[in-house]
Design a protein around this ligand. Structure first.
Ligand SMILES: *Cc1c(COP(=O)(O)O)cnc(C)c1O
Length: 348
């Protein structure tokens, strides 16, 4: 296993700014809805009609274009096993991962037995469309894309998403991970109408604050969704997640409040970077990648020890010297800023 997912040590009581979670928690309405579940709700296999309809309405697609997931991780797993297992004659399929990338893409492709082709980022973490198109071969079955990207926070130009979809061989799928789209200017979901081989991944873990509940979905062309459905268990989404999805989508005020917190937090973190002369990437997600230099790993360790957990990303291609900081509730971001300024100014 070269690509196993790296589980992080317990952050203890530190403020969690290392996993891009919602630092305020979920909407209070979600908790009320989960509390209102009954003994028989727990006892009976869950029905999904209402949750699927709520997702479909929210995405502006038909219910047969949506697959509910036990977290988007399950969608990455599903696409990998649907598309990347060996051919009948034993030949291996290929998966393309555009770096820097969320660890689960290569981890799932590997356990599905695929060969993995990694495409390195362009200058300044720009989307390497040319290199990506050249990496596509007749054996390519999945291209993993993320927009906004984790860890850079950068988006992929829409035209490039469409070009990738057009360039793929028969039977291949482009999985566009939109885990952070709630913080971004736009989605590429509408491109799935013209490109049936494009599948969009969404999660309730980030903007909706349901990481522990485990809830996400895939969306795309009905035929593609039907093909993927076979690779998911029939009751993989539990009754808490199903209930939480409906309540979370209904509470748009809460989502909008959180989005505003995130954009103010990003603005303040950028201002800190300007004061300290640090390079950062303008982000369309709920985190910011900051280049702090050689001491990135030490800074992440020291901040975690001092009660604010952030993520060292310095070993990721193109992210040399970088840490990633979740920008959630403004007050939390202010704690990170104060500690970072103290530690970085001390060291100069
Ligand atoms: C957090 C994250 C996910 C995983 O979402 P879950 O719903 O918690 O499984 C998927 N993709 C990216 C890019 C993420 O950052």
């Amino acid at each position: 296993m070269n690509y196993a997912y790296e589980r992080l040590p317990d952050a203890g009581t530190a403020l969690r700014l290392h996993l891009n979670e919602n630092t305020a928690g979920c909407s209070p309405r979600v908790l009320e809805a989960m509390r209102a579940l009954t003994r028989t709700d727990a006892a009976f296999y869950p029905e999904y009609g209402e949750a699927v309809d709520a997702c479909a309405r929210n995405l502006g697609v038909a219910p047969d274009q949506v697959l509910l997931l036990n977290g988007l991780d399950e969608g990455i797993h599903c696409v990998s096993f649907a598309c990347l297992q060996r051919a009948e004659d034993g030949t291996r399929r290929e998966a393309i991962v555009v770096l820097p990338a969320f660890d689960m893409y290569a981890a799932c492709a590997e356990i599905a037995s695929a060969r993995i082709a990694e495409v390195r980022p362009g200058p300044d973490l720009s989307f390497p469309i040319g290199a990506l198109l050249s990496a596509i071969t007749p054996a390519t079955r999945v291209v993993f894309l993320a927009s906004p990207n984790n860890p850079s926070g950068l988006t992929i130009p829409r035209a490039d998403v469409a070009r990738v979809a057009r360039a793929l061989p028969e039977g291949a799928v482009a999985l566009l991970d939109e885990a952070y789209v709630d913080f971004a200017r736009e989605s590429c979901l509408d491109l799935t109408a013209a490109h049936p081989n494009l599948v969009i991944g969404r999660t309730f873990a980030k903007a909706h604050g349901l990481a522990a509940v485990r809830a996400g979905c895939l969306a795309g062309h009905p035929d593609t969704i039907a093909r993927l459905r076979h690779f998911l268990p029939p009751y993989g989404v539990n009754v808490f997640a199903r209930t939480a999805i409906v309540a979370a989508l209904a509470d748009t005020d809460y989502l909008n409040w959180y989005r505003a917190q995130v954009s103010e937090s990003r603005r303040r973190l950028y201002a800190m970077c300007d004061r300290l002369g640090l390079r950062f990437w303008p982000s369309e997600a709920n985190f910011v990648l900051v280049r702090v230099g050689d001491g990135a790993a030490a800074l992440a360790r020291e901040m975690t020890a001092r009660g604010v957990a952030i993520r060292d990303r310095s070993t990721q291609p193109g992210c040399e010297g970088c840490v990633r900081i979740t920008t959630g509730v403004v007050e939390h971001t202010e704690r990170a800023i104060a500690l970072m300024e103290e530690l970085l100014c001390d060291g100069r």
